[in-house]
Design a protein. Sequence first.
Length: 450
Amino acid sequence: MSELRHHLYLILATLIAVVVLSLLIGGVQLMLVGLCCLLFLWLVGYWYHLIKLVRWLERPKLRNVPHGIGIWKNIFNTLMLQAKSRKKRKQKLGVALLRFNRIAETIPEGVLILGLDGRIQWLNHVAATHLNLNPERDSSGILVELIGSVHFQQFLNEQAPESGDMKLTIDNSGSGLPRILNIIRTPFDEQATLIITQDITAAEQLNATRTAFVANVSHELRTPLTVINGFLETLTDMPELPQEQRQSFIALMSKEGTRMRNLLADLLTLSRLENQTDISIHRQPVYLTALAEQVVHEARILSAGKHSFVCELATDIWVNGIQQDLYNAFSNLLFNAVRYTPPKGTIAIRLRSEQCQHDSWQAIFQVSDTGAGIAAEHIPHLTERFYRVDSGRSRQSGGTGLGLAIVKHALAEHSGTLQIKSVVGSGSTFSAILPQMKNDKGLDSRATHV
Ligand code: ADP
């Protein structure tokens, strides 16, 4: 303000000086001429600065702020300060926007802003993936039309002021499996609604698996318990039953009891294998040749002379692992062969070493039988818990339906795999493949067939 006053005084002083001087020198006429010249100069200066200002306003860049004199200097300085603060604000906004965009693209949830007309105003790429949308093509489309679900439409049309959520299943043409989403609707402002999408497919599947598992275990336990209860009631109600029949009932109850014990033992083994986190500390060299010999010996006892055994076990095969878990894997494979091969069948057991890459070797424990074989459609499911090709046969032979699930987990724990080949009517071959341990000379042990 003081500067403005200063300029005003300066103009007045100039005016007075011109009037007084021209009056003294040449009278009124010269004064008028002087005043006209002064006014003309003032107008030229005014227009000159005005043109500079208009030009700058057309392209208001900070580096182009014009220079001026007098009051114009003040005006241009003020403009420069404003332009500077605007530039700073713009930079800050740019950084904030960049950060927001980064956050929006990093968060695992999908975020979508929906206008009152139901059109998409903005969405991050996770929301686009979740809802099978194309960010370029659908970025201003009407969401309910793009999703095409009546439930979703009802959910969006709910006029409740507070947030709500729903489960939505989206067909996922990419992987073939439907995607299950949790959709949260939350008020954003008067003009828009915020939609958040969460992929809960894995959690839902886990839940379903858990429920099915509990149902399976209950079912598996209920059958032997019903049998035991039934016999106990009969024994209590009929004390006059002949001794022979009583003995046969007790034998059957004992068989069912053993089945329950085996089931619980398998469940515990499986649960331990599934929940084992860091097994590296428990690992130690396991001599597979001796382990295979022990399992073959036990299988012969189980077979009780009903099958012929062919054995080719290479010596000096070691893996770094957990003896008990490898025993569980090998014994389940071999005992299954005994249980599912009719009498007089042949069971072949091979343990060998094979080079897989130029410097690494793998141990292969293979069990082949001449049993009934397994149809191809069952093979991918055999390692699922409680999956049985023939439930009656499995139960009759004392199976729990968990054996191959245990094999799969025990091998996976050793970075190994299970291969199954089977031909209906000819027999099956199960191969456990494990990374072999290097011997103390830094070389892999070689197989020598015996
Ligand atoms: P189970 O306790 O029922 O044997 P497993 O998980 O060990 O359970 O095996 C799953 C199913 O795979 C069995 O029920 C059986 O139908 C089939 N199976 C496993 N091994 C053999 C085999 N050697 N020959 C034929 N079928 C087999």
